[in-house]
Each structure stands twice: as C-alpha cells, then as structure tokens.
Design a protein around this ligand. Structure first.
Ligand code: ATP
Ligand code: LTN
Length: 332
C-alpha cells in the first residue's frame, strides 16, 4: 500500500438503498484511482440487533455481490467481510480500554437504536462506535467516505486515535470524514423529514439499488411531497420535492438549477416520473451485474477470501504495533 488509505463499510441489514448509494457508495467509486480503498461488509456491527442466522448469511452475501455490482473492482479495492479479519474484534477490545462509557452513552445513534430496541439494549449497541473506530484505525485510514449521519462516529474515532497516540507515541493515522456536499442525507420517500433508512419497516420509504423498474416507478409516484405543485429547491419548506430533486441530480448527473428550469410549471406527476426514470436508468447496469453475480457463490467467496487475506496482512501490522505499545508479551 502506498497511496493514502480510504476505508468504509455498510452493515448487512435491510436493503442497500439509494440513500446508501448516493451518500456513500458513489464516492467510493470516485476514490478508487487516487487511494488504496478498503470496503468491508460490517457483519459484526449488525449483530447488535437480532438477526435470523440463515437470512443473515444470505443477506451478507447478497450485499457483497451488490458491492461488486455497483462497479467496485476487486482488483483496485479490497472488498471483504469484517468478521473474516479477527483483528477488528481484537483491536476493538483494546480500544474499549481507552474509551469512556459516558462518551458512548452520548452518541445519537446509540440513543436512537436504544429507543427502537428497548428489549435488547446490549453491550454491543453501546460499543458499536469503538468497533467502528477499530475498523478505521486498523488500516491507518486517511479518509472515510460516509453519509452525514456518521459524522459523530468519525469524531469519536479521531478522539480515540489522538488519545492513544498521546498516551504512547504516534500509532494511528487520525482519519478525516469525507461527507459529500450534496446527497449526504437522502430522506425517506414517505417522510421527507426522516433519513431514508435501509431497515425502514415501510417498504415505500426506501428504494433498493437492485429494485425492479416498475416498483421504483410506483414508489416515486407515491412519494410524499406538498400541495403547491411547484418544482423548486427549498429543503426548509419543500423537503419532499427538494429530496427528489437531489436524488434526480445525483442519479441523472444534472445540476439542481437545471432540474428546476426543466420542470418548472410541469407539475409533480411529470417530475416524479422523470425522477424515477433517472434512477431506473442509472441503476440498470447495477441490476444487470447483480443478476449475473448473485448465483456465482464460488466467485464471490474467492473474492472475499482474497480480500480478507489482503486486509488481514495490513491489520496485522497495526495490531503488532498496538500490542507492543500497550505492553503485551510477545512470543517472538
Ligand atoms: P439503518 O437505518 O438500518 O441503521 P442505514 O441506512 O443508516 O442503516 P448504514 O449501514 O448504517 O445504513 O450506512 C451505510 C452508509 O450509508 C453510511 O456511510 C451512511 O452514512 C450512509 N447512509 C445511510 N443512510 C443514508 C441516507 N439516508 N443518506 C445518505 N447516506 C446514508
Ligand atoms: N457504522 C457505519 C457502518 C460502518 C462503517 C465502518 C463506516 C461500520 N464500520 C467503518 C465507515 C467506516 C454505518 O454507516 N452505520
């Protein structure tokens, strides 16, 4: 590895949405040439909420195929499952000893998830950001491309890294978040004040990146907007329409102003269909590649195995350094 490192991940829960795609994955695709990029399926993170084992295994594998289908080239990027690289859990334990309970209790995602899963507020849920810090710090990551909702987790990762570096000597690269200017927070199609979430129980709230065209069209036609029928970008007073405009801009590759000009006076029905068309068109190759890949488990496992081996080699070097710094006895 000789370029600066990029690291990111997605938990295999629900579906990969156009929110995940616009907020995170499109930027992963852009960074491939200038950085050494590592993308994990965060399958240890998603165990913080209950999963049905057989479904979970299938979903994680499907997410991996979707990474590839999005156009992430396994030659240029390290693609792997977090749980295949034991250093994540190992570093996570050590970093736990440098993180305060109060810091974790203040995390907004923890507070949200604790409210949502009151019957299962487990240690993993509280510890989630430390595992995420371990993911990032293991690879001496410079840049972490994520949506706006992950900003707080990046800040705590930086705090933990700086704390450790100051206590011992420089050990970890202190990472920066890479949050896009447009599309960092895509909103639900049913409630444009709430984030589009991949585990939303309302199937009309989110669109998957491998969804069939008819279903995409139907969801956009039903998207909640407002009653003044004017296609104008104004996230404060027109959150629904503005959200659709952002999605269309990102998927269709045209600036917001152009959309405003093209659809002024045309009414919402025409605009919503055009927006759905842009999404369908953009995702066509993703859907096609996914259909070809999903049955080829052997190929997927070969890529995942190679990814894990490459990731583990890098992670192992950081772990050796950490073990030495904290004073663990070495066998060699
Ligand atoms: P859940 O809602 O089930 O907790 P999620 O939709 O937040 O999941 P994650 O796996 O937590 O999905 O996030 C994967 C990546 O996608 C992260 O970088 C996150 O910031 C980004 N992301 C998630 N939702 C959105 C969204 N609505 N808009 C933009 N980016 C998003
Ligand atoms: N917590 C992240 C997913 C995630 C991640 C990471 C993102 C797990 N490990 C490392 C960036 C870097 C989320 O989006 N909910």
């Amino acid at each position: 590895m000789n370029k600066p490192v990029v690291y990111s991940g997605i938990q295999p829960t629900g579906i990969i949405t156009i929110g995940n795609y616009i907020g995170a994955i499109t930027n992963w695709l852009k960074l491939a040439d200038d950085y050494d990029c590592i993308y994990g399926i965060a399958d240890l993170h998603a165990l913080t909420v209950r999963q049905v084992p057989s479904e979970y295994r299938q979903r994680a594998l499907s997410f991996f195929a979707q990474y590839l289908a999005c156009g992430l080239d396994p030659e240029k990027n390290i693609l792997y499952f977090q749980s295949h690289v034991h250093e994540h859990a190992e570093l996570s334990w050590i970093l736990n000893c440098f993180t305060y309970i109060g810091e974790m209790q203040r995390m907004t995602q923890f507070k949200d998830k604790a409210l949502k899963h009151q019957d299962n507020i487990n240690m993993g849920l509280l510890d989630y950001p430390v595992l995420m810090a371990a993911d990032i710090l293991l690879y001496q990551t410079a840049l972490v491309p994520v949506g706006a909702d992950q900003k707080q987790h990046l800040e705590i990762t930086r705090d933990i890294a700086v704390r450790f570096n100051n206590l011992y000597s420089p050990t970890f690269t202190v990472p920066e978040a890479y949050i896009p200017k447009q599309g960092a927070r895509v909103f639900s199609l049913q409630d444009p004040t709430a984030k589009m979430s991949k585990s939303d129980p309302d199937p009309n709230a989110a669109v998957s990146i491998i969804e069939d065209p008819d279903s995409i069209m139907r969801k956009f036609k039903r998207a909640v907007t407002d009653s003044d029928a004017e296609v104008r970008f104004d996230p404060e007073s027109k959150p629904g329409v503005s959200n659709l405009m952002t999605i269309m801009s990102e998927m269709g590759g045209m600036p917001i102003e152009e959309i405003e000009k093209n659809y002024s006076g045309k009414g919402y029905a025409v605009f919503k269909s055009a927006c759905a068309e842009a999404v369908i068109e953009h995702l066509k190759p993703v859907r096609e590649r996914y259909a070809a890949l999903t049955g080829d488990k052997e190929y997927l496992m070969r890529i995942a195995g190679e990814g894990a081996a490459r990731a583990s080699a890098i992670a192992g070097r950081t772990m050796a350094k950490v073990r030495r710094k904290v004073g663990l006895v070495s066998l060699k």
